[in-house]
Design a protein around this ligand. Sequence first.
Ligand code: BTN
Length: 255
Amino acid sequence: MERIDDLLKTKWLGKNYRFETEVASTNTLCYELAESGAPMGTVVAAQSQSAARGRQNRVWVSPEDGLWFSLLLRPAFSPEKAAALTVVTAVGVCRGLMYYPGLGAEIKWPNDIYAGGKKLCGILSEMKTEQKKLHYVIIGIGVNLSTAKLPSAIQKTAAGIEELLGVSIDRKELLCRLLLGLESAYEQYFNGQEKELFAEWEERSLIMDREVIVKTVGGEVAGRVVGLSEEGFLLLDMGNGKGAKIISGDVYEKD
Ligand code: BTN
């Protein structure tokens, strides 16, 4: 995966590309590149990561049999609008995964992609802002190819694309397919077509119309998922005519 330009069909995403055999975290390396002026669309991939992070400072285990990469966006909009980029990324990843028929990837708000009832991919968005000005956004994406080298506790909840499809997956092809799907989703969002994107999110959502409990920093909220707000926040119907709009949290299905 040292080079991807021979397979890549995007216009701008991944045109500036860097590959490392091992890094602490591709998000951290991408951040360093951003600070030294790397262009919009820069992509950093690594064969393995020694200190990768997940959401809420959780550890993200990244052995060699996965696809670990980060991308740099420099959109000309507010931090508020950038908040929905995680949702947009999830739609883009699903579009890329459509190249693999039978995978049946679904989105679990806000940043997980599930397949076969288990987590296949995680997304971590980080942004640099200053006085309400958005400098850049770094989006890290981790896709399990196989779960064999993951700790057994994680194996219970993780899915690997190779195990799901029963074939070996070319990492470079997977990366190029994902970048193509992501570029189309970002362009749509940059062009103000969030309605279409959020409708696609609803179609691909694992939790749409389901009764869920969302654990937020402010406590637990229970309700039925009815879609996304125009900012990309999760909308719940709590019954009795009451609704909730959730900015961030962990979603659990009510049993
Ligand atoms: C999550 O589900 O909590 C998000 C996981 C994000 C993992 C990816 S792997 C590539 C990039 N580098 C990191 O350190 N994290 C992200």
